[in-house]
Design a protein around this ligand. Structure first.
Ligand SMILES: [Fe+2]
Ligand SMILES: [Fe+2]
Length: 301
């Protein structure tokens, strides 16, 4: 009988994620005794398996998001917040093909054609996704090109910076962890989430192209499946780095989400209008804060 695969990765000073191909996953704190009895204090060296690799990757995302405040984790969508999310989606998509090709080229130089080929495919698949976000913005009556040229949401900027940096590393395997994090979270979006957003959009408009393709209905599902298989096939050192960067990306993403989700609708509208120097009636609609009203966080669901 084949033995079950166990994989583990240290993601912080005191937490390792341990996962078995047979289904268990847990966060492990080293016993600190240095008695050689803790098998997870030394880096894993064995082969991976899809069942344990997916649990490591998803464990890394869960750990990174554990810090997000419950009250802001699931706010009611508003049109302004959706427009803001589309602007963020544009910025996290626009450089993806170029960045992935840069990393692919590096793996070609390093004599790792299988990693280069995987990244090339990903780069091709992600091409044009920035344009979906722009089309959706336009469908909302927002001048997409102009607004993204002038404005990047503060919570998104560190995420883009992190991806840029990962892709130019001398050994850029971590970019796979970043991509996995974003795609896995997108693939969790359900038809009901899309319907909620659609209900906010102007009658007859098609402003959910990006959301649909980055949800359980779109290509993200197969991207996630292919990535899990590919990561599971990598040598242990690569899997370790991919899981660590999945965790780092989730941390940065959770922090950015918190920052953006805590903005009130009035604050978002003000930011959007300021960035293009004109009112956005299609977004602001009837929403206007009363004079002197204090801007607070949007109500959480
Ligand atoms: Fe995409
Ligand atoms: Fe994707």
């Amino acid at each position: 009988m084949a033995r079950s695969v166990t994989e583990w990765v240290k993601v912080t000073d005191d937490v390792s994620i341990v996962a078995r191909d047979s289904g268990e996953v847990w966060f492990h704190t080293p016993n600190g005794a240095g008695d050689g009895l803790d098998p997870f204090t030394t880096p894993m060296m064995g082969v991976g398996a899809t069942g344990s690799t997916i649990r490591l990757l998803d464990g890394a995302i869960n750990l990174g998001f554990a810090k997000i405040e419950k009250r802001s984790a699931c706010p009611e969508p508003t049109l302004a917040a959706y427009a803001l999310a589309l602007i963020g989606a544009y910025h996290t998509s626009v450089d993806t093909p170029r960045n992935l090709r840069r990393a692919a080229k590096r793996f070609e130089e390093l004599g790792r054609p299988e990693v280069a080929a995987y990244l090339e495919v990903r780069a091709r698949e992600e091409t044009g996704h920035d344009r979906l976000a722009l089309k959706d913005l336009r469908a909302l009556g927002v001048p997409g090109e102009r607004i993204v040229a002038n404005f990047m949401p503060e919570g998104i900027a560190p995420l883009c910076k992190h991806f840029d940096e990962l892709c130019v590393e001398s050994y850029p395997i971590g970019c796979i962890g970043y991509s996995y994090c974003l795609e896995r979270i997108a693939a969790l979006k359900q038809p009901a989430d899309i319907e909620k957003v659609q209900a906010l959009c102007p009658e007859g408009s098609d402003a959910t192209r990006f959301l649909r393709s980055h949800s359980c209905l779109g290509s993200e599902v197969s991207h996630v499946e292919e990535t899990i298989e590919f990561v599971a096939s990598l040598p242990a050192n690569d899997r370790i780095k991919v899981v660590q960067e999945t965790y780092q990306s989730a941390l940065i993403m959770a922090e950015g989400y918190n920052q953006e989700l805590l903005k009130s609708e009035a604050e978002i509208i003000e930011q959007l209008e300021r960035s293009i120097g004109e009112p956005l009636p299609s977004i602001a609609g009837s929403f206007r804060p009363a004079a002197g009203e204090k801007l607070g966080a949007r109500p959480a669901a």
